[in-house]
Design a protein around this ligand. Structure first.
Ligand code: C2E
Ligand code: CA
Ligand code: CA
Length: 904
């Protein structure tokens, strides 16, 4: 992270400023101190230098003085004056022009033999006693010869006793000085406007010549001090700047290193405060920050779990208050438990009143939710043996634990009991890898909390269930009561109106139930009703309802009936109820028989709500009690009429069988290419004296109903074979004939024998007979039907798949069917000419069937266009009104005799 970002944090800024102050303050003090120290030193040095310069100049001057004194002492006046010695004149004491001496000079002359006057008139003036003749000589020197020193290259000044300049370098300006003071500090001067620094030395001549003092002031340009000082300053500034830069950089990087984890922690805390429970911070290293980061993560995990736990508990409360169904509560627990408790896996088993598990599921580490598990009694015992509500050092896999597999030691298991009203209702199992990091108390408390919620859910559900049962079920028979029936009826009516189906209410009432009560007592009556309700339930379809309204009044609700089938269904159910209830009931040591009457009302025909359905059914019930029509009665007269009609028809049909009114017609199957007859299908007809020729559609269902199915198959088989034999005998072309066989026939054990017997009886080869079976027939691999078909084919009987395409027309089915012929249903043919899609399908089906070796027959061909298309699709045989309707045997015989192809 860039430095600027760290410094945005208040802590970072504070740390940075402290850092800076801590580093800069001593540095500044040190710098100032050493600067002034060095400046002092420099000035001191300069001062000493200047003093030394002044002193050596002074000494040089004294030396010069002494030289002149000695020269004057040794030599004659004429020799010196005007020479290189610099004397302007030399006179002896006798010369009247010699100046008078003062007292000091005179004393000096007397004591030292020489004295000098350095200021005033005639200065410098030398007075000596000549050594050769003891005469006093006076000599005046040219001041420049004495004071002008060429060896000195900086400006200087010689001052007299009164500090008046004797000689000063041109342009040198000195301030007013007090040279007698001991102050040695530097004197500021200027020479030709250039600042200079000056030092001085005072030369005292008293000891030499008894008189005279002069002061020497030498200078150096001020630069010689300011320049090194400036260098020093610049040096300091550079070092300071460098140090500052280093400090800033190091401080920033250090602060960065320190504040980065702090920033991460701050951000983490903020996110956590916003409710982002997944927040984790990543602080690497092993310092306190890393420790803080780890602690933060642990805290965040715990908070998250606490939060999830609260959410889960709230969800459970909602589930309990909502449906309260324990399974829903348990599913909610299983879906949330791993996020709320630090455990690896969890499982729940519910236990019913008998102590066996009714529900068990587990959630594994990877979040996988098991399907419902079957928990054996042994597994339950094993789980309970683990010790409830305490830690178990058993390695468990919850799913396999619930499934009863043994567990290994080494891991943690917690089993919590779920109890309601003191009974063990269920178990909550948690599995954990014990690594010592979990807070066991926390887990136990959380698990206990969940188990308690389960208990509450369980008992409140049981309570609600009880209330629900009390208000919706009959206490005696456990059948739904009027309230629940009303619900179910309302439901059924809504559904029926949507699906355009019918609903019926059958009101059932015993004709002399009161006499049972009176004769055998209330208890026997109750037992009778319980038995009656059990019988009614046994007749009920799963989607229907049997309810007890009161006393001996029952209602059966029959739902979702097609218009076409409802008469049959209801007739059938009513008859069966009537029969079953009419069979004797054993009460204590005797048998009781009580007839029941049934009144039937229909939605939408007779009523459109619960109340009207019940009342119309009751009206029908009263009628049923009066009439004698098999104990049941419809509310609508038309229904009753239809039932009567059916009843009549059944009677007539029985008579027809007896009177031999059933016969066969034969519909030819012709070659698609040339119209030649290649076979015929036998179709049943009823020649009724009162109704005329009746088609099978009108009476076949009834045949089945009145149990003549098997008889019909035998009849058709025999009739068809007999007809073939007769045609053979008449010398007609021996065509194969197919008969229709119902699925029920195929399952019968003696079916194969019946077929072969018939063929033998009429002396026909097996290949003359073809059996048309419905595509929907259950021809499962290995079943009896399949075996029978296989055996028939083995002896040469042909098998045709009838109405192909109307059932579950999987083309795969074709590959598995032991059959020779495929009869394309009329539904395929009807719209063939105008429907390109249909053509494509039929073409595919034919080509597939051909490739599987089937002979293809197209049924219901009525148009030339259909025939032409089928010819183009390589269909083998055509059956349909286009060539011929089903014909009486002699008419077909005439066609065969003529040997003429059919004309389309
Ligand atoms: P199915 O086996 O599909 O018989 C063909 C039906 O289609 C026959 O009706 C026939 O008359 C009719 N049909 C033939 N060509 C045409 C056509 O071009 N246009 C139209 N619209 N119809 C055509 P049918 O004789 O009324 O038989 C109806 C059904 O009754 C048969 O359907 C068959 O499932 C069943 N059936 C007939 N006779 C017997 C029998 O002896 N035993 C059994 N178990 N069922 C039979
Ligand atoms: Ca058929
Ligand atoms: Ca058919």
């Amino acid at each position: 992270m860039p430095v600027s970002l760290h410094l945005r944090s208040r802590f970072g800024r504070r740390l940075f400023s402290r850092f800076l102050i801590a580093a800069l303050l001593p540095m500044a003090v040190l710098a100032t101190f050493s600067y002034s120290e060095m400046r002092e030193q420099l000035m001191d040095q300069l001062q000493h230098g200047l003093r030394d310069d002044s002193k050596s100049l002074g000494m040089e001057l004294i030396n010069e003085l002494s030289l002149r004194v000695d020269l004057l002492k040794e030599s004659g006046a004429r020799e010196i004056a005007g020479g290189a010695s610099g004397f302007v004149w030399v006179r002896d004491e006798r010369d009247p022009q010699v100046p008078a001496l003062d007292a000091d000079e005179a004393r000096g002359l007397a004591a030292h033999g020489a004295t000098v006057r350095l200021y005033g008139a005639h200065a410098p003036l030398f007075v000596v006693r000549r050594s050769t003749d003891n005469r006093i000589l006076y000599g005046r020197l040219d001041p420049a010869a004495l004071w002008q020193r060429h060896s000195v290259d900086t400006p200087y000044c010689i001052l007299d006793k009164q500090q008046r300049p004797i000689l000063c370098t041109q342009g040198l300006q000195l301030p007013v000085l007090d040279l007698s003071s001991r102050d040695r500090s530097l004197i500021t001067a200027s020479s030709n406007g250039v600042p200079h620094l000056a030092g001085h030395w005072s030369a005292h001549l008293d000891g030499l010549y008894g008189a005279g003092v002069f002061h020497v002031v030498t200078t150096v340009p001020a630069q010689s001090l300011t320049l090194p000082l400036a260098h020093l300053r610049y040096g300091f500034i550079a070092i300071f700047a460098l140090a500052l830069g280093l400090i800033v950089a190091m401080a920033a990087s250090q602060i960065g290193r320190q504040t980065e984890p702090l920033d991460a922690l701050t951000r983490g805390v903020r996110r956590l405060a916003r409710g982002e429970m997944d927040t984790r911070v990543d602080v690497p290293g092993d310092d306190e920050f890393a420790l803080l980061g780890a602690t933060f993560n642990t805290m965040s995990d715990r908070l998250k779990r606490k939060f999830n736990m609260l959410r889960l508990l709230a969800e459970l409360d909602r589930a309990v208050l909502g449906s309260g169904e324990p399974a829903r509560v348990n599913e909610a627990i299983l879906s949330g438990v791993l996020d709320a408790i630090p455990c690896d896996a969890a499982g729940i088993a519910l236990i019913d009143a008998n102590g066996s598990a009714t529900y068990a599921r587990a959630r594994s580490v990877d979040g996988h939710l098991s399907p419902r598990l079957g928990v054996s009694a042994d597994a339950l015992t094993q789980i309970c043996s683990l010790g409830v509500d305490e830690w178990n050092d058993v390695q468990i896999d919850v799913e396999s634990l619930l499934s009863g597999q043994p567990q290994q030691p080494g891991r943690g298991a917690l089993v919590f009991s779920v109890r309601s009203h003191g009974r063990l209702d269920g178990l909550l199992v948690l599995a954990l890898a014990i690594d010592g990091r979990q807070d066991k108390e926390e887990i136990i408390t959380a698990g206990r909390n969940l188990a308690d919620r389960m208990s509450v859910a369980g008992s409140s559900f049981a309570w609600e269930e009880k209330l629900y049962r009390q208000s919706h079920y009959d206490a005696l028979t456990s059948l739904p009561n009027r309230t629940l029936l009303r619900d179910r009826v309302t439901h059924a009516l809504t559904r029926a109106s949507r699906e355009k189906t019918s609903v019926a209410a059958l009101r059932i009432d015993f004709d002399d139930f009161n006499s049972i009560n009176e004769a055998l007592g209330q208890t026997a009556g109750d037992l009778f009703l319980i038995e009656a309700s059990r019988r009614l339930e046994s007749l009920m379809r799963p989607e229907d309802t049997v309810a007890r309204l009161a006393g001996d009044e029952f209602v059966m609700l029959v739902t979702a009936m097609d218009d076409a089938e409802r008469i049959l269904v209801l007739h059938d159910i009513a008859e069966r109820i009537h029969q079953l209830l009419a069979s004797p009931v054993r009460l204590a040591d005797r048998y009781v028989i009580s007839q029941a009457s049934i009144g039937i009302s229909l939605y939408p025909d007779n009523s459109n709500d619960f109340e009207s359905l019940m009342s119309t059914a009751e009206v029908a019930l009263h009628e049923a009690k009066k009439s004698s029509r098999g104990g049941f009665n419809f509310y609508s007269q038309s229904m009753n009429a239809a039932v009567s009609e059916r009843f009549e028809l059944a009677q007539e049909l029985r008579r027809a069988v007896h009177n031999d009114e059933l016969l066969l017609h034969f519909q030819p199957k012709v070659s698609a290419h040339d119209g030649a007859i290649m076979g015929a299908e036998a179709l049943i007809r009823w020649q009724s004296p009162s109704r005329g020729l009746v088609s099978p559609g009108a009476f076949l269902p009834l045949i089945e109903d009145i149990g003549l199915n098997s008889w019909l198959t035998d009849f058709v088989l025999d009739k068809a074979c007999a007809q073939m034999a007769a045609w053979d005998k008449a010398g007609l072309q021996p065509i194969p004939v197919s008969i229709n066989v119902s699925p029920a026939d195929l399952g019968t054990a003696d079916f194969f024998d019946k077929i072969t017997a018939a063929l033998q009886r009429h002396d026909l080869s097996s290949s003359r007979l073809e059996l048309e079976i419905l595509e929907t027939s259950e021809v499962g691999a290995g079943g009896t039907v399949r075996t029978t078909l296989q055996r028939l084919r083995d002896v040469g009987v042909k098998i045709a798949l009838d109405d192909f395409g109307t059932g579950y027309s999987s083309l795969v089915y074709l590959t598995e069917m032991p059959a020779d012929t495929l009869k394309l249903d009329r539904a395929f043919i009807r719209n063939l000419a105008g429907d390109m899609r249909q053509q494509a399908i039929v073409r595919q089906v034919i080509s597939l069937a051909r490739s599987l070796g089937f002979i293809i027959v197209a049924e219901g061909v009525e148009q030339v266009a259909q025939r032409d298309l089928l010819v183009d699709m390589e269909c083998d045989l055509i059956q349909g009104f286009l060539y011929s309707r089903p014909l009486p045997p002699d008419e077909l015989a005439a066609k065969l005799l003529a040997k003429l192809p059919f004309a389309a």
